[in-house]
Design a protein around this ligand. Structure first.
Ligand SMILES: *Cc1c(COP(=O)(O)O)cnc(C)c1O
Length: 238
């Protein structure tokens, strides 16, 4: 990327989000833009931060910790862990992130709560839902969300904020909306069942389905490619 490419694509992503919010007749500040920086160098995150971006999403723990160390001077940066999470990674995630979007089992939630340092605010959690019921995908099945959420909501050092999903790819806007609407309904059901939980977050919408997600009430959209450009297909070790 040239020097201006990142500021330009970030501006375009913001404009795209604003246009989607207008189309949905929603207030302009009712969804947060999360910049998904996996596989991208720390220098690009710094550039995005200099251009006003504060929320960043990472998928691979080791890679994220290295970038966090390099970027420790950036004030008010907010790190979100959005990748698959194994038990042996929970401590480092609990210590180094403000949010985790990919919790799909009670065991992981319990560990995050136990391992969250007591001097930090509670860790914000979203439950990842396998909304398209794909065999290969992580996430709790839709019919198991309620029981998992009611247990997670009782844990002391985490805050259950809402639901996250990565729906199966779909061709049209109308097709994209179907699973996103289902996730929205699941959150409504949870809000009714757990009135004391701070359930305000629908983490959905990526570079290919941002508009559909905003129409279905996304409050936190996760854009990677649209901001940082295409990723090389080579996966970085976790
Ligand atoms: C990579 C990733 C994204 C960003 O995807 P793009 O299509 O590049 O916008 C969003 N959410 C999760 C969980 C991801 O792993």
């Amino acid at each position: 990327m040239t020097d201006n490419a990142l500021p330009t694509s970030l501006d375009q992503a913001r404009e795209r989000l604003n246009n989607a919010l207008k189309m949905a007749e929603r207030p302009l500040n009712s969804a947060t833009l999360l910049a998904v920086s996996k596989t991208k160098p720390a220098a690009m995150i710094r550039q995005a931060w200099q251009h006003g971006q504060r929320e960043f999403g990472e998928n691979y723990l080791q890679e994220a910790l290295e970038k966090q160390a390099e970027l420790a001077d950036l004030e008010a940066i907010v790190w979100h862990f959005i990748g698959p999470l194994q038990s042996n990674k929970t401590r480092a995630v609990a210590e180094n992130f403000a949010w985790v979007h990919s919790v799909d089992r009670l065991k992981i939630a319990k560990r995050l709560s136990e391992q969250r340092p007591k001097h930090l605010p509670p860790l914000n959690i979203c439950l990842q839902v396998n909304i398209s019921r794909e065999d290969s995908k992580s996430g709790v099945m839709p019919d198991e969300v309620m029981s998992l959420a009611s247990e997670v909501a009782t844990l002391p050092h985490i805050k259950l904020r809402g639901l996250m999903a990565i729906p199966a790819p779909a061709k049209s806007l109308e097709e994209q909306r179907v699973p996103l609407a289902a996730l929205r309904q699941l959150l409504k059901d949870l809000q009714a069942a757990l009135p004391n939980a701070p359930l305000d977050t629908l983490s959905m919408g990526m570079s290919d389905d941002l508009e559909a997600a905003v129409l279905e009430g996304a409050t936190l959209v996760r854009l990677g490619t649209a901001i940082f450009g295409a990723r090389s297909t080579q996966r970085i070790a976790q």
